[in-house]
Design a binder for this molecule. Structure first.
Ligand code: AHR
Length: 523
């Protein structure tokens, strides 16, 4: 077309989606399936911290907020849509000071204790083991229970497991039945302590390894339904800094494990804290500097995993022991006016983008990383849900988890691409990130994150190993990197349909700036 009027031509090209966008070419090879992306990498973490449990989940049966046996109905409804595979509870640092007996039985008779891990607030113990299990059943998830290694004993932890899992009529099983649950609970995962090198007791690796063996030996799951299948997996404490001494000691011990004890996983904690501790990035009203630095810090997760995996591979080349990233996410400065011990922060487009980068890293490490838990589920750190009395808002991170649901237990498929570069100030980042997978119902899934805060990217992808017939997509972004959902404006950052074209085995779409896009391709 020859332009007669320059102004008209300019108007036309500006209306073409993706005009002027950087072109990124992907090759997706569905004929080369990789490992399963374990659904447990989409796990959550609900610690007794601030308003994570109390108010966030538990309002009590007498509350005017609609609830089922004290548990918020709106929260349960929202979480069901995420198909949450597992929930880690009761901590975190809180786990190593928790004495489970204080949280069972008639609620008005439970002792008040002090939550010295998080702000010295009074804990009514109203949300204890049976309430947690009820919550798990209501959302359709699996419990990941961390036992108290720091200030408890193997006997106390063993009895807790007996209370939860014994089917035979032992005294503890009868007590559970008297408390309303005759059927033995299934406990999917057992955490043997938490950050035992720090808040969990400031232990040396040697000292922890000795305790780990004892707990593994005596803290038993007695549920017959978990004897041969659905066995409880035991997760040992792992590192929180990139050095490998702790992992080395745990894996060295594991290599020589006997019939008497075993572990199935080693945990790893890594938060996005771009300026170091204490966290100082703002969670609302921030700019591109904070955005770029946060993404850079997030991408370090890949190197951290590689370092630990190299150690694990030496002791466990068959990859029997999983690396369980059971705390990850953005840790920003507390919201002004909030109790700093409650770790309250807003959740923005930036957090959505960095959630997808983390999930993509876990997917690329799926042969070793078979579990991860974002910190935390509700009202704490990088939450899915924020509540204020009867009000509830779903965060951008919630929507990322929702968009990734089809990736749960999907088979990893390699994607190759030249990511390009996005530079802001002194920070250089890849312009895009992408993963692909084949879902259990035969669809090819493609996720593309556009890290570039200001420019779209025009994606074209060669799809080999499948005959692509049609595709549909969803995109999550907002007006700016610091766009958030609020109680007054809950839909500022919500997924919207994305225009995707499939023709002759090629897929094309334009991904918006600072966005997360998931495409589902039918064959
Ligand atoms: O998630 C908040 C805290 O971070 C956890 O309690 C602790 O394990 C970690 O240091």
């Amino acid at each position: 077309m020859r332009c007669k009027a320059v102004g008209l031509c300019l108007a036309l090209v500006l209306c073409v989606p993706g005009f002027g966008a950087e072109r990124i070419h992907l090759t997706v090879d569905a004929s080369k399936p990789g490992p399963k992306i374990d659904r447990n990498i989409f796990g959550q973490f609900a610690e007794n911290l601030g308003h994570g449990l109390y108010e966030g989940i538990w309002v009590g049966p007498d509350s005017s907020i609609p609830n089922t046996r004290g548990i918020r109905k709106d929260v349960v409804g929202a979480l069901k849509d995420l198909k949450v595979p597992n929930v880690r509870w009761p901590g975190g640092c809180f786990a190593d000071q928790y004495h489970w007996r204080k949280g069972i039985g008639q609620r008005d008779k439970r002792p008040a204790t002090v939550n010295s891990a998080w702000g010295d607030v009074i804990d009514t113990n109203a949300f204890g083991t049976d309430e947690f299990m009820d919550f798990i059943e209501q959302i359709g998830s699996t419990p990941y229970v961390s036992v108290n290694v720091g200030s408890g004993t193997p006997q106390e932890a063993g009895e807790w497991l007996e209370y939860m899992t014994a089917a035979a009529p032992t005294a503890l099983a009868k007590e559970r039945a008297a408390n309303g649950h005759p059927e033995a609970y299934k406990v999917g995962f057992l955490g043997i302590g938490n950050e035992s090198w720090d808040c969990g007791g400031a232990m040396t690796p040697d000292y922890y390894v000795s305790l780990m063996k004892v707990y593994s030996r005596f803290v038993l799951n007695m549920n017959p339904a978990q004897r041969n299948k659905d066995q409880m997996l035991k997760i040992a404490v792992g590192p929180g800094t990139p050095d490998t001494e702790w992992t080395e000691d745990v894996m060295k011990a594991w290599k020589k494990h006997t019939w008497a004890w075993d572990i199935n996983g080693v945990s790893l904690h890594w938060y996005t804290v771009p300026n170091g501790w204490p966290p100082s990035t703002k969670s609302e009203k921030f700019g591109l500097d904070d955005y770029a630095k946060s993404l850079k810090s997030t991408l370090f997760m890949d190197e951290f995993l590689r370092k630990q995996e190299a150690v694990m591979d030496r002791y466990d080349p068959e990859k029997k022991v999983t690396l369980s990233v059971d705390e990850w996410g953005a840790w920003h400065a507390p919201l002004p006016g909030s109790n700093p011990a409650f770790l309250v922060q807003q959740n923005s487009v930036r957090d959505a983008v960095l959630a997808s980068l983390n999930l993509n890293i876990f997917a690329r490490h799926a042969d070793r990383v078979r579990m991860a838990n974002i910190a935390q589920m509700i009202n704490v750190l990088q939450a899915m849900i924020l509540t204020d009395k009867e009000k509830l808002v779903l965060t951008p991170t919630y929507y990322v988890f929702k968009m990734y649901v089809p990736f749960q237990d999907a088979t990893f498929v390699p994607v190759t691409f030249d990511a390009g570069v996005y530079t802001h100030g002194s920070v250089t980042l890849p312009r895009v990130d992408a993963i692909a997978a084949k879902s259990s119902d035969g669809k090819l899934l493609l996720e593309i994150t556009n890290l570039d805060a200001e420019n779209p990217a025009a994606i074209d992808a060669d799809l080999t190993g499948i005959t692509a017939k049609s595709a549909k997509g969803e995109v999550l972004t907002g007006a700016a990197v610091d766009s958030v959902n609020t109680f007054g404006s809950p839909d500022a950052v919500v997924p919207k349909p994305a225009a995707v074209k499939v023709e002759n085995g090629k897929l094309s779409l334009t991904v918006e700036p600072r966005s997360v896009t998931v495409v589902s391709i039918e064959q």
